[in-house]
Design a protein around this ligand. Sequence first.
Ligand SMILES: [Zn+2]
Length: 381
Amino acid sequence: MCTIHRIITIGLWCVLLPWGRSLHAATFSFDLSSVPPIAQPAFLEAGNIWGGILVSNVPIKVKVNWFPLGSGLLGITFPNGRRDFPAAPVAQTWYATALANSIADMELNPGEKDIEVYLNATTNWYYGLDAAPGPGQYDLVTVALHELGHGLGFVGLAKKVGTEGSFGTLLASDFAPLTTSFPWPQLDTLPGIFDRFLRNSTPQFLVDLPNPSVLLGSAFTSNQIYWEGPHGLAGSIGSPVRMYAPATFALGSSCVHLNESTYPAGNPNELMTPNGTPGMANHWPGPIAIGIMQDIGWTLMPGIGMDELDHKTIRIWPNPVQHVLNLEWSTPAMHLSITDAQGCLMWSGNGRPSIVVGHLAAGLYLLQVAGEAHPVRFIKN
Ligand SMILES: [Zn+2]
């Protein structure tokens, strides 16, 4: 599981909790032994920023490698992964271990790091914490925040070889000579939770295409991949959330970022786009990225993001839900249906204030509103 960031012209950097318990800000445990002292505060700052957004009782273990990556690269991040762990919301799906540990509320990977970051030791970095890089300098807090975002789960498992695209076939050797301190997971052609929210323009979820396949490969380079998760969409106020899917596949960059031209420098959602801009700083992930973190399963700190979702015609809450899903709609008497992730009908009926879902098995479900192009996703826990 990984992510690579390249520099092209201006520089490119570029991976449920039980109810009723108290919410603790995520904390980070950094191994900065290879990082020069002047660069270390930027990582602590980036950890503090994510810690103010995400909830976890399990410290997040990050190893940072200060390494000459060569010109054209700012950083590479490898999240550790787990699937089918206790309380996993969606089966047969990879989660970054930082997220899996938060959901399971226990350390699933003792002795292993959660995130392995490589930062280019030869980049012209700005080490200050005040978001004031000089001309030509890359703001290290910004890049560290971006890299940690991948390590926390803003990452997928897409790969394209020739014309064939796949999920879950990444190998450690794809990134040689770089290595991870934790064992590379045997991915078994399974997608990541992030991948499950990607759709094409049809719209069709990419995980519903044959894997591997030329169809999937075409989708990866179609320039038409969108995020179809409720909170990410809410962060864009209902506009489609466009992902980075250029005509030439870039391993670790395609399909794991927001689209650069849609969210250019200065846009509040710029942080998780592939391009970094020297001389500029951004110390907040932005509403779409925060919504995406919530979609993939993170619980947000109080006051962060949105607890409800906004869709074109319907809002549902809470999400994740335990017993009763509340609904509010713009057009009453709409026909509604709920299917599981495999498309099996679980419930159907007309619009109503609430739907009892307590009997459903834990997992991902789709609420379809008649006449709406896209279903609303929610998680039952
Ligand atoms: Zn990136």
